[in-house]
Design a protein around this ligand. Sequence first.
Ligand SMILES: Nc1ncnc2c1ncn2[C@@H]1O[C@H](COP(=O)(O)OP(=O)(O)OP(=O)(O)O)[C@@H](O)[C@H]1O
Ligand SMILES: [Mg+2]
Length: 314
Amino acid sequence: MNQFLFIGGKGGVGKTTMATTAAIQRAMAGERTLVVSSDPAHSTSDLFAQSIGDEPTPIDGYDRLDAIEIDPDAAVENHLRETKRALTDQVSPAIVNAIEPQLKLAHDSAGAYEAALFDRVIDILQTAETYDRVVFDTAPTGGTLRLLALPDALELWIDRLLEKRTRSIDLFESAAIGDRTPRRTMSDDPIVQRLQERKDRFEFAARTLRTETSFYLVVTPDELSIRETQRASDRLAANELGVDGLIVNKLTPKPDESERGAGAAFLRSRRATERERLETIKSIGPPIVATVQSQREPPAGDQLEELAPTLTFE
Ligand SMILES: Nc1ncnc2c1ncn2[C@@H]1O[C@H](COP(=O)(O)OP(=O)(O)OP(=O)(O)O)[C@@H](O)[C@H]1O
Ligand SMILES: [Mg+2]
């Protein structure tokens, strides 16, 4: 198992429940563990019945378990502030003010939300050395995966930019013979530096996700979830990220043999359908690392500790 675990899957399949369960399991195995959620509904704090902040918060009742709930709106705000700060270093405040409406608009787009979230995830990846294990309760989505291809695109862009700037500085120099100033400003050009920084950051993320991360997808035995899992698995593979395992959640429990009522007949029929669907799930490829039944109550607290041993990540 790698240092970083990502638990993905369609909406409502049980990502938060399973990520939290996985984190409890690792902490109870003696590993210093961090669980990271980006769920705006703050369901991780609900599961632990305590408030959790945007920075590592120790979880009551565990010696080695911290949690973070990323606030996606705050992440977008920070991103906007940081972009403005970086711009202020490079151009006049008048220009920053003039383009502020465009900046705001860009940060209101759907892609910005994902980009800001991914930025925060990269921060956590970079500062996670105090943890043996970090469990993220979401896998990268389509937009985030596209960001992984960004280092290559940025490389081309930076090269072209450097070429253009070299050419313009050469022209400037042939006009002002003897004045070497432009050549000196070239190497610490703030725009090029900033682009280089971004590129290094995405490169780090792409490398970490490919070499130090395990991906698990939660799937429920219904057609929509199975199809989505197939798609997510293909999409991850296309980005050189393999899925390490599937967690099948919300399987119908077995009625007692002696039960003869309509309820028992319903459960038996559902279970027959689910057996077929399990075959389809197996054919997706990655191994099934856990099968979890639908519980009577939404699992929380002690129930998560009971579920913890059923997840087999190795
Ligand atoms: N095995 C289970 N038995 C019964 N209820 C479950 C089980 N797993 C999850 N649930 C319930 O299903 C609901 C969705 O679970 P959860 O919040 O973990 O899913 P999620 O994938 O994180 O959802 P979202 O996409 O909204 O973040 C919750 O009410 C949770 O308590
Ligand atoms: Mg969730």
